[in-house]
Design a protein around this ligand. Structure first.
Ligand SMILES: NC(=O)c1ccc[n+]([C@@H]2O[C@H](COP(=O)([O-])OP(=O)(O)OC[C@H]3O[C@@H](n4cnc5c(N)ncnc54)[C@H](OP(=O)(O)O)[C@@H]3O)[C@@H](O)[C@H]2O)c1
Length: 274
């Protein structure tokens, strides 16, 4: 049995579906998950990664664990996983742990260190920005056909959350990934203006890109992110390093096919914006 935490998120939802469709027994964990949120045959177990003891029922009978960065006691979670019989863990972390050590990424770095020290087989997935961050445009596109964002022309190779899920599924179920750290990106950089245009194309309706100032973006993000995460995110979006702008070969190496372009994500999710 494989335990997937973050099971109702952009990555986790697809991962649960992929694992279940390929015949694996899956337990889907999130704080608010219910049976109606998961495919037939998948066990839903509500639990909070911030309270590792509460994960024990979900971990019973598990052999592998998909872990996300949440809570602040990864060693406590991993010790309980090991005690329950888990032998393999796959962590979804952030590219920023490698490119911008410390600051906003110190928390995720702590999870990486705990996973590497756990004694379990482990794989770390350092994800770049997810295509699904464009869901922030659902309301403005639906209401006014506008897509506001800062740094209009700065290109980054955002990655499809389904590709992150597919790499996670491979690392959870195949041998050969123990000790690996993969950097996951899409196949080409796209700028915010280009992503808005891809959504317009997908919904077959005009979408006007509106460039926000850094200050406007900062104020908006501060409503739902801690200050250091706002600064870390704005730094990557506005002044990416060469490494952050580069396309990583890891999705294609693991999956044996190229990473999906943003335009494919937009087409698949057009109904949300339509
Ligand atoms: N967005 C990006 O650009 C980006 C870039 C790099 C890395 N990442 C990483 O990728 C991960 C997955 O992204 P995503 O878009 O799939 O996330 P998401 O859509 O925001 O979903 C988060 C999932 O985790 C669950 N969750 C949150 N806190 C939890 C907790 N304390 N205990 C148990 N479950 C919890 C949520 O459900 P409940 O709320 O019901 O608990 C939900 O199922 C993120 O955690 C992030 O660290 C994201």
């Amino acid at each position: 049995m494989i335990v997937v935490t973050g099971a109702t998120g952009n990555v986790g939802r697809t991962l649960v579906r992929q694992l279940s469709a390929t015949g694996h027994a899956v337990t889907a964990v999130a704080r608010r998950v219910q049976d109606s949120d998961v495919p037939a045959g998948v066990r839903a177990a509500a639990a909070d990664l911030a309270e590792p003891a509460g994960l024990e029922p979900a971990l019973q009978g598990a052999k592998a664990l998909f872990l996300l960065v949440a809570g602040d006691d990864p060693a406590g979670v991993l010790a309980r996983a090991k005690a329950a019989g888990v032998t393999r863990v796959v962590l979804v972390s952030s590219q920023g742990v490698g490119t911008r050590p410390g600051g906003a990424y110190a928390h995720a770095a702590g999870f990486e260190q705990a996973v590497a020290a756990s004694g379990l087989e482990y794989t770390i997935l350092r994800s770049g920005g997810l295509d699904s961050n464009a869901f922030a445009w659902v309301e403005p596109i639906r209401a006014q056909r506008v897509a506001p964002a800062p740094f209009a022309e700065v290109g980054l190779p955002f990655v499809d959350p389904d590709d992150v899920a597919a790499v996670a599924a491979a690392a959870l179920t195949e041998d050969g990934h123990d000790g690996a750290t993969y950097v996951l990106t899409g196949p080409a950089p796209t700028s915010p203006r280009e992503r808005a245009a891809a959504i317009a194309e997908a919904i077959k309706a005009p979408v006007r890109f509106v460039e926000m100032t850094r200050e406007e973006a900062q104020a908006q993000m501060a409503q739902f992110m801690p200050p250091e995460v706002v600064e870390g995110t704005l730094a990557i979006l506005g002044e990416p390093t060469e490494e952050e702008r580069a396309v990583s070969p890891d999705v294609e190496r693991v999956l044996g096919r190229p990473a999906a372009p943003f335009s494919a994500w937009a087409v698949r999710n057009a109904a949300a914006f339509g």
